[in-house]
Design a protein around this ligand. Structure first.
Ligand code: NAP
Length: 293
């Protein structure tokens, strides 16, 4: 078994981005600039946004964090998105999900200027991805593709089983893996909560992408020997022995699976790290277009 180390791979991407930005700044260009909108004080969302802001600083990007209380109205949020859209000093805008129940997240996402949609959630971005046109690919699936490419894993001809069909992870992942490219060129099965006998599918998989949000759901007896396991899940589980009071678990039962797999991503230090690297890569691409770098 080999660990698909998202942390070191993300580090390599971030070093490359940082070097490119430093060189451009020496020629008088402004820094790439990402705006993050955070609503409420959900612990996980706070952590994700904090690490995006921290990464921006590390790699020489500017970032602006806009916070709203849980009680923000849809109109106020959309007004802010409009202001950020109009701000020519910004390259990327992200609104951290999930949003409170009284807000229609689709309406907020739709409002983001597609040229600043570095999360890749806008229908325009997803449509471009479907058609194989250049554009912003959602950060988590993009990060997984970057991780496979970095480790020179040739997925051509593999059977990929994706568990979970969300618009931000499972569905775009299934599209990217089925495309005529490498990584890609897989035969893809997309499973979800209504899939009967899921194990009969995962047992056929050369590569399993677990993106369902159920801690340690994927067990060793559900995959064949030598399979590749990509664990997208991030769930906080109470752990009174930890100073934080919780631990983070993925969707894969790591230790027993690791003995059976050819490659496996750890949690933390796997897909999460790559998601942030992919977001930075998307922001870099937006900035390059804006500054003609
Ligand atoms: P989501 O929107 O809740 O979607 C979960 C998907 O899993 C749904 O399609 C659901 O099926 C399916 N599912 C649920 N239970 C299942 C079961 N028992 N068997 C088969 N399929 C099942 O979740 P998401 O936003 O895609 O996120 C999934 C996980 O990834 C979460 O833990 C999330 O925190 C994590 N995540 C991590 C990153 C990262 O950077 N590492 C980024 C995004 C998300 P139905 O459609 O039938 O309901």
């Amino acid at each position: 078994m080999q660990i698909l180390d998202g942390k070191s791979c993300a580090s390599a991407y971030k070093d490359r981005i940082s070097a490119e930005v430093s060189a451009a700044i020496l020629t008088g260009k402004r820094k790439p600039h990402l705006a993050a909108v955070l609503v409420g004080s959900d612990g996980a969302s706070e952590t994700y946004v904090a690490s995006k802001v921290k990464t921006c600083k590390e790699i020489g990007f500017e970032s602006t964090l806009i916070r709203f209380p849980e009680t923000v109205t849809q109109e106020e949020l959309i007004e802010m998105v409009d202001r950020l859209n109009a701000d020519s000093s910004l390259d990327g805008i992200l609104v951290q999900l999930p949003l409170p129940k009284h807000i229609d997240a689709d309406q907020v996402t739709l409002r983001i200027d597609p040229t600043k949609d570095v999360d890749g959630f806008h229908p325009g971005s997803l449509g471009r991805m479907m058609l194989g046109l250049p554009g912003f690919v959602p950060a988590t699936p993009k990060g997984i593709m970057m991780l496979l490419a970095h480790n020179k894993i040739d997925t051509t001809g593999m059977h990929a089983v994706v568990i979970g069909r969300s618009n931000i992870v499972g569905t775009p992942m299934s599209v990217l893996l089925s495309r005529n490219q490498n990584p890609g060129n897989c035969t893809v099965t997309l499973c979800h909560s209504k899939t009967p006998d899921l194990k009969s599918f995962t047992l056929q998989a050369d590569i399993v992408i677990a993106a369902l949000g159920k801690p340690e759901f994927l067990k060793a007896d559900m995959v064949k020997t030598g399979a590749i396991v990509i664990d997208v899940g991030i769930t906080r589980v109470e752990d009174l022995t930890s100073p934080k009071g919780y631990k983070i678990l993925g969707d894969a039962d790591f230790e027993p699976l690791a003995e059976k797999c050819s490659w496996i991503t750890p949690v933390p230090g796997g897909v999460g790290a790559m998601t942030i690297a992919a977001l930075m890569q998307n922001t870099l691409e937006a900035w390059k277009r804006n500054t003609h770098a």
